[in-house]
Write a new protein. Structure first.
Length: 196
């Protein structure tokens, strides 16, 4: 059983262990709660338990559910965004282009197959949506980047997604809306033609 660790000190702030966990989670651990827990020494403190990863995973899972921790992670992400605004804006534009790509701007549907437009006819900001172009025996094959992965990365960058894949809070939903609006984008899904 994992001992309960106080999330909040008497001043109403997170204790040092959880602050360090949050910093590592948002930093070098790349949003991996188990790794962050191991790096703050959870396994060293509780080495009598069965398996390091189980103990660290449980600690991370419990910690990431605490509102104080989610709020602190949100503050870290906001600070990171403000410190790296230019890089963040480029990443957001790139991932937004992929995540909210209007397929009609890249290809049309002739009832049987997709007919891709030439590079000159595709808007410049949508070119990052294309992952690969190759010639095959049956014609040209074009592979697009994953919209789902781009949405996941956008959510991570903006702090909407934590390891449990739950929204951190309403205040962060408005952050992504504002960022998308500042880049002239929306998060309305594209509609693809249905197969006959």
């Amino acid at each position: 059983m994992i001992p309960k660790i106080r999330a909040v000190t008497h001043e109403g702030e997170l204790d040092n262990l959880l602050k360090k966990f949050c910093e590592l989670y948002c930093g070098v651990c790349n949003f991996n709660g188990t790794d962050a827990a191991i790096r703050v020494g959870i396994t060293d403190k509780f080495n009598e338990c069965n398996g390091k990863k189980d103990r660290a995973h449980k600690f991370a899972s419990r910690s990431l559910k605490k509102p104080e921790v989610r709020e602190y992670i949100g503050k870290i992400m906001q600070r990171r965004y403000e410190e790296n605004e230019e890089i963040a804006q480029k990443l957001i534009r790139q991932y937004s282009a992929i995540a909210f790509c209007d397929y009609d701007s890249i290809a049309s549907w002739d009832g049987k197959r997709a007919v891709f437009k030439s590079n000159e006819d595709i808007p410049l900001h949508l070119l990052p949506c294309i992952e690969q172009v190759k010639n095959t025996s049956s014609g040209v094959e074009i592979r697009l980047h994953s919209k789902e992965k781009a949405m996941e990365m956008l959510a991570k960058i903006t702090g909407l997604l934590v390891e449990t894949k739950k929204v951190v809070g309403e205040q962060y939903e408005s952050l992504i809306d504002r960022l998308l609006k500042n880049n002239g984008l929306s998060h309305e899904p594209s509609v693809l033609p249905e197969d006959d």
